[in-house]
Write a protein that binds this ligand. Structure first.
Ligand SMILES: *Cc1c(COP(=O)(O)O)cnc(C)c1O
Length: 409
């Protein structure tokens, strides 16, 4: 064998895959180029990739062993028992927008709950509307019967989010899915709140679910990713959109999400228990008018939570009495600042679903059109994995700071 020049050695050495060693956790796969043994194999991989055949890839953008493993896991967890496929996206919002773009056409009509995640609304009112897609918002608490008259001849999708962002209205998802199916309309749900362990949206009858993997699925506030999980029949349309748009995720990020998933069940049970302890304590505070948490008996649609969910996550809101906040009203003001700022455990931050506790006043003014918020200041908390006694003490300090701030005015 001829001796190779250094340039060839640095390119070619260390590339033989060491025979698999049994390791518990799937390694990171970083890849742009995929190599083939023959032109025939390259040709067939290209064709099968274009069709979206499972576990085939011709190029890194179409998937690597790591992203395929994560997509398989999501189908098993989220799709549980329903033939479906999952596509990974760079964020939860990208999963929502890409799926809607893939399924809708100019002239179509879309029904969206008024409690929808704010950025989803911006997309519906922005790019979707510009594409000639008509969007109507509906009251999330509507029964299926009351929703039926809102369905038009061109209605293609009823979008769902249960519970809704900030205000936590639950939807009668199984009944709405049955209605949609009987009218030839698709259902898409944003399954952010319940995490991978407490909800089975495909059992409720949805056609597709979008997951912010950024939140509980990864669970450590260190990665951004989303997924759309769809029934098999919708896969060709979704996959074709993804290939046309060039959407893909990195192997490192897929690794982080898959690692986070391993502990999702234990994390979620702790989030649930901590959040309920904090929520019950808040219910007994004189400043608090009510706590909006689906697992509390006081929640208006608690019965739907009992019927549909097997648990509750760490995210909920509480409403302050107007008089307790000096009549300053909802949003960011001196009273809510005193409550939220300087907490030892509750950080001020958007997003949620990581290990840590967060607190944020809701700013709903102008956002809602159908179910306008007329209550007092609304504070959303994400209850993390800290000890609940320390979290309660921290919020007690916050309420005391709010009282102090108002008495100093
Ligand atoms: C956070 C969130 C998303 C978006 O997820 P990102 O990964 O942050 O883009 C979508 N829907 C809901 C309800 C969310 O709370």
């Amino acid at each position: 064998m001829t001796t190779l020049h250094p340039a060839s050695v640095v390119v070619g050495s260390g590339r033989d895959v060491v025979e698999p060693v049994a390791i518990a956790s799937l390694p990171v796969f970083r890849a742009s180029t995929v190599l083939f043994d023959s032109l025939d194999q390259a040709d067939s991989a290209g064709r099968l990739t274009a069709q979206g055949v499972r576990h085939v890839t011709s190029y890194g953008t179409a998937g690597t062993p790591g992203t395929m493993a994560l997509a398989d896991a999501l189908c098993e967890i989220e799709g549980a028992g329903h033939p479906c496929r999952a596509a990974l996206m760079p964020s939860g919002l990208a999963a929502i927008t890409t799926l809607l773009l893939a399924l809708l056409e100019p002239g179509d009509h879309l029904l969206v709950p008024d409690s929808v995640y704010g950025p989803t609304r911006l997309f519906c009112d922005g790019m979707l509307t510009r594409q000639g897609i008509a969007v109507d918002y509906y009251d999330p608490a509507l029964s299926a019967d009351a929703l039926a008259p809102l369905i038009q001849a061109r209605t293609r999708i009823i979008y769902l989010e249960s519970p809704g962002s900030y205000t936590f209205e639950l939807q009668d998802v199984p009944a709405i899915c049955a209605l949609a199916r009987s009218r030839g309309v698709l259902t898409v749900i944003d399954n952010a709140w319940a995490s991978p362990v407490f909800a089975r949206p495909f059992d409720w009858g949805v056609d597709a679910s979008v997951l912010p993997l950024t939140k509980y699925w990864s669970g450590h506030s260190d990665v951004l990713m989303g997924a759309a999980v769809v029934r098999e029949a919708l896969w060709p349309r979704l996959w074709s959109a993804i290939r046309q748009l060039g959407i893909c995720v990195s192997g490192d990020d897929a690794f982080l999400v898959l690692r986070g998933l391993r502990t999702a069940d234990v994390r979620m049970r702790r989030h649930q228990d901590n959040a309920l302890a904090v929520a019950r304590w808040l219910e007994s505070q004189p400043e608090v008018r009510r706590v909006l948490h689906p697992a509390l008996e006081s929640h208006p649609q608690h019965a739907w939570w009992q019927r549909d969910f097997s648990g509750a996550s760490g995210l909920f809101s509480f409403e302050l009495k107007d008089e307790a906040t000096g009549g300053l009203g909802p949003g960011f003001n001196a009273a809510t600042a005193a409550l939220c700022e300087g907490r030892r455990h509750f950080g001020i931050g958007y997003s949620w679903g990581g290990f840590e506790s967060l607190i944020m006043p809701a700013r709903l003014s102008g956002a809602r059109r159908v179910r306008v918020w007329r209550g007092g200041p609304l504070i959303r908390v994400h209850v993390g994995l800290e000890d609940p006694a320390d979290l309660i003490a921290d919020l007690a300090d916050g309420l005391a700071a709010m009282r102090q701030a108002l008495s100093n005015r």
